[in-house]
Design a protein around this ligand. Structure first.
Ligand SMILES: Cc1ncc(COP(=O)(O)O)c(C=O)c1O
Length: 471
């Protein structure tokens, strides 16, 4: 809630928010939520009586959107931590969180409160012609977090998707380094679904039939073993590009843990050496933190990898409930380059503030913070399964609250089959990468406990033991 100051008590809006009826309504909603969500504490199969209506609804959805959804998932509208009830009455352990969005899990009371605050605003959406006070607090909060270890990002522009936050980052970079018109990026990177971002993304099938929008040159990312050879390969590739196109690169695009690409984290030395070399040629460093934000040992992955001083532009999304582009003061565009109708929904802005506070308050960060501890525990348990089911489970991979394993022979077909078998058994993960395809998890950092990880491991084991070996 917005704190009242001497000036604010003059506002009708603040008197409305402070009205005791509003406080009472808030308490009633919260206590009703608590009563109902407390029943959701474990996976449950679907209710047979709901099955045909559920299938009919899924069919209608597929018809309306022009294709089936990846999972037969229709939310009922309530959950409890990582547990979520679907409209067929089943309860799933959601360890993919809408691909990394629900950092506080489902139906978190603080998120309900944030939504109530937002519902008291005069409009559902905020926009560039119509900003409100929580926008200021949130933008300043993101900047404070970003600069906590020595980065120097002074501006924060809100937007509604990771792709748009990345488009804005790219525009800022090109505008400042014109006429440089090329970008460097890592093999396997993913940056979003706009035409430019589909070009940057290292997946040819995501740009079939799409005109070439951008000149991108790729650098190998570190291999899974983080070997010295793979680091040298990347540095050599960078050098080669810089010699081939001197003065033509505006930015090096860094996805610090390749997310969609299969959970390959870099290292401090790797990123520092690449960033140092890029800087020698006046190339801007962009950190795409749309998937990593909030999941490693620090709020920003560039802080976990200690490359704060190199970062010129950073983008966030997903877990932040809205998206944003943060950039250095000297990169502020000199023309009207950046705008859009919506900045974000009032509820996204209120929820974003709560997410930032709750991630910190629940000790997610630090070298021995919960993100690291839970990763270690999850990785240890997956490692045990890998020992018990060789050829069926490989790994573990990833870092922080980005955890993955390789199923069986690592083909896309095997990964998709296993993800669907896990879904049917009550656990939600998702595929990532190619050659090998992996199964990844993005558990909600603020609410995941050991007991949830144990429940996930039980389901993975049950599915693995029921799956025939590839050979
Ligand atoms: C690293 C990264 N960048 C950008 C995006 C695009 O975000 P959005 O889907 O919100 O446009 C994603 C989405 O998965 C991502 O993982």
């Amino acid at each position: 809630m917005i704190e009242s100051s001497r000036q604010e008590v003059h506002l009708i809006a603040d008197r409305f928010r402070a009205d005791p009826r509003v406080a009472e309504a808030r308490q009633l909603l919260l206590s009703a939520l608590r009563d109902h969500q407390s029943a959701l504490v474990g996976s449950q199969p679907a209710v047979p009586e709901l099955q045909s209506a559920y299938e009919e609804q899924l069919g209608r959805l597929a018809e309306a959107r022009g294709g089936k959804t990846y999972f037969p998932y229709l939310a009922s509208g309530i959950g409890n931590g990582p547990w979520v009830e679907l409209a067929d009455g089943s309860v799933k352990l959601d360890f993919i969180s809408g691909i990394g969005v629900h950092g506080l899990g489902h139906s978190h009371p603080l998120m309900l409160e944030a939504s109530i605050d937002a519902a008291l605003e005069d409009t559902v959406m905020q926009g560039n012609l119509q900003q409100h006070r929580p926008t200021i607090e949130l933008s300043e909060h993101l900047l404070r977090l970003a600069n906590a270890q020595g980065a120097n990002l002074e501006h924060c522009l809100l937007s509604t998707s990771g792709a748009m936050a990345n488009e804005n980052a790219l525009k800022i970079a090109f505008h400042n380094r014109a006429p440089a018109d090329r970008v460097l990026a890592f093999d396997n990177c993913f940056a979003g679904r706009s035409i430019a971002m589909a070009q940057l993304t290292d997946r040819p099938q995501y740009r079939t039939g799409i005109p070439t929008a951008l000149a991108v040159d790729y650098i190998p990312s570190l291999d899974a073993e983080q070997s010295a050879e793979s680091q040298t390969r990347a540095l050599n590739a960078l050098d080669k590009h810089l010699k081939r196109y001197p003065g033509k690169y505006a930015a090096i695009w860094m996805e610090l843990v390749s997310g969609e690409g299969g959970y390959y984290p870099g290292t401090t030395e790797f990123f520092q050496r690449l960033a140092e070399r890029a800087r020698q040629d006046n190339i801007l460093v962009v950190a795409d933190e749309v998937q990593t934000f909030g999941r490693l040992s620090r709020p920003f992955a560039f802080q976990s990898f200690s490359i704060d001083h190199y970062v010129d532009i950073a983008t966030v999304g997903k877990i932040t409930q809205l998206c944003a582009t943060l950039y250095r003061a000297e990169l502020k565009p000199t023309g009207p380059l950046l705008s859009q109708t919506f900045t974000a929904a009032s509820s996204s802005i209120a929820a974003a503030e709560i997410v930032l506070r709750t991630l910190s308050d629940s000790n997610c960060f630090g070298d021995q913070g919960e993100n690291v501890k839970r990763h270690d525990y999850f990785a240890q348990r997956l490692g045990e399964l890998a020992g018990k089911y060789p050829g069926k489970i490989g790994g573990p991979y990833g870092c922080g609250m980005m955890v993955a394993f390789t199923p069986g022979d690592g083909t896309a077909d095997t990964a998709n089959k296993m993800v669907h078998a896990m879904f049917a058994a009550g656990l939600m993960g998702f595929v990532a990468g190619a050659n090998p395809s992996r199964i990844r998890f993005l558990p909600p950092p603020a609410v995941t406990q050991r007991e949830h990880i144990d429940a996930a491991i039980r389901i993975i084991e049950a599915v693995a033991s029921a799956t025939p070996s590839a050979n």
